[in-house]
Design a binder for this molecule. Structure first.
Ligand SMILES: [Zn+2]
Length: 52
């Protein structure tokens, strides 16, 4: 039996379907991760395309 969190404060994230107590903060965390990922990928692509 797994306990199902039925807290009224927990919301399911529409993006990753994780239960977040603070969906606003979770979404902010999402955009931050996505931004960091985008920057990292951009740097990696730039590094690969640039031949020394
Ligand atoms: Zn999420």
């Amino acid at each position: 039996m797994e306990p199902t969190p039925q807290n009224s404060t927990a919301h399911e994230c529409p993006d990753c379907h994780a239960l977040a107590a603070d969906l606003e903060a979770h979404k902010r965390w999402h955009s931050r991760i996505v931004h960091d990922l985008a920057v990292a990928v951009e740097k990696e692509v730039e590094r690969r395309t640039r031949t020394p």
